[in-house]
Design a protein around this ligand. Structure first.
Ligand SMILES: *Cc1c(COP(=O)(O)O)cnc(C)c1O
Length: 444
């Protein structure tokens, strides 16, 4: 197989292999790594009886071709994708389906990407003997997935920054429950503050000399590529059984999960229409209705993991389709406000017994709108988190308690601790310097 090389969306960085692209995260010119061209894949190369891991290994092989990491790809997929991503019928909609992505250890789809990234980084050579500190700013779910993926991994420490009081109580508990090589900092500010503080630390060359730093945000190819696997797996199974492509509606914030779905379709696999369901943050829906792309400050919503005003994968979306007109022709996006999220959770629970998390409810609302227009196409709503993570919102609307999945229950029983931190770049840098010489478990 020919070597696949990766270039920056901004075109001013040297091309690199997949291992180097994953190790770097962001390209040196500030752009995002994309493959020189997306590979073409044929339905026939996939094992019809294969597991999710088998599908992932076949799908991702051309992306890893020619790289030293390629030999380890089957093991990486087996280590990362240890949970099911079932496609099941949506109650009350004869042509509706739910792609459940929340059966991983932290009950959100981010587990797939975080675990794959961790499995890759474990295998990438490092010249520095000191532990690598991975910084992650989170609006709720990423931090837990990254913490869980790296917990106990030698040579790595994780520092999670989250906006104090702006994640659900169970999300907060999860973020602080790891201990050991994973630390949680609750920042007295917003998610944008956390993200800015992480960027400032990563860009500080002096600090990096004292504390080797890396990031695990959603622009990493190590998180994006594995997310293609569950779409390919569901789409292939559906295609084999029904001989029509399945449509998807993807709850969208930073555009990582939806882009993975789009890339699966671009490889030639049978995926139908793809719609993005956003919350009240209207950057994408305004763009898709014809406005210029205009990033802005995020507003807080019930679907907090999608509170993004400047979707970080937008550059990759543009690269994928070449220009704005083609992007708009290929994808659609819709905004769903909090009132609609509430009404959707309530209606699906009371009329059909379907209990949805606030993010999944955005996608279900888009589907309900299509049905009201008479659309009867086969369509899967992508369920990005388990409703039990947001019980404070969901239970009063659904009018019933939501059972907690066992992996989440285990985490909620552990003690949890987060240190307060001011929302200032200098505060994070000082914290990192103070802990620079502590061991992997952050103990001096
Ligand atoms: C992160 C997240 C999203 C948004 O995914 P992106 O890849 O950022 O678009 C949606 N729902 C849940 C539950 C999430 O945790």
């Amino acid at each position: 197989m020919k070597t696949t090389r990766y270039r920056s969306t901004r075109g001013r960085s040297p091309m690199v292999g997949i291992g180097a692209a994953i190790a770097a995260g962001l390209a040196p010119d500030g752009g995002l790594y994309v493959p020189e061209r997306l590979p073409r894949l044929d339905v026939a190369v996939f094992d019809p009886n294969g597991t999710l891991t088998d599908t992932a290994t076949t799908l991702l092989a051309p992306f890893f071709a020619g790289d030293p990491l390629a030999d380890a790809l089957p093991a990486i997929c087996a280590e990362a994708l240890t949970f099911d991503t079932p496609l099941r019928p949506l109650a009350g909609d004869p042509h509706g389906h739910v792609l459940e992505l929340f059966h991983g250890p932290t009950a959100a789809f981010k587990d797939a990407g975080a675990r794959f990234l961790a499995a890759c980084l474990r295998r990438l050579p490092r010249s520095d003997a000191r532990p690598l500190t991975i910084l992650v700013a989170t609006s709720g779910d990423t931090g837990a997935a990254v913490g869980a993926a790296f917990h106990g991994q030698p040579g790595v420490r994780v520092v999670i920054l989250y906006p104090d009081g702006r994640v659900s109580p169970r999300q907060a508990h999860q973020l602080g429950c790891f201990g050991g090589n994973v630390r949680a900092l609750r920042v007295s500010g917003r998610f944008d503050d956390c993200q800015r503080m992480v960027k400032a630390a990563l860009n500080d060359v002096e600090l990096q000399r004292e504390v080797p730093l890396s990031s695990a945000n959603s622009i990493s190819l190590g998180r994006l590529l594995p997310q293609m696997s569950y779409y390919a797996h569901a789409a292939l199974a559906w295609w084999r059984a029904q001989a029509v492509p399945l449509n998807f509606i993807v709850p969208t914030g930073n555009l990582g999960n939806a882009l993975a779905c789009l890339w699966v379709r671009e490889t030639g696999l049978p995926v139908g229409e793809i719609r993005l369901a956003c919350n009240a943050n209207a950057t994408l829906s305004d763009f898709f209705s014809g406005d210029d792309y205009r990033p802005r400050a995020a507003v807080a919503t019930l679907a907090n993991a999608m509170d993004v005003g400047a979707p970080s994968n937008f550059e990759r979306l543009r690269w994928t389709f070449g220009d704005d007109i083609s992007v708009r022709r290929t994808v659609r996006a819709e905004c769903v406000d909090d009132a609609a999220i509430r009404a959707t959770i309530r209606r699906h629970a009371h009329e059909h017994g379907e209990v949805l998390c606030p993010h999944t409810a955005c996608a279900a609302h888009v589907l309900d709108g299509l049905r009201a227009e008479g659309d009867r196409a086969e369509c899967a709503v992508v369920a990005t988190a388990h409703p039990a993570k947001f019980e404070g919102v969901v239970e009063p609307l659904a009018g019933r308690p939501v059972a907690v999945p066992s992996a989440l229950a285990v985490m909620l029983q552990r003690p949890s601790h987060a240190e307060p931190l001011a929302a200032e770049d200098a505060a994070l840098k000082q914290w990192l310097r103070q802990h620079a010489h502590a061991g992997e478990a952050f103990v001096a």
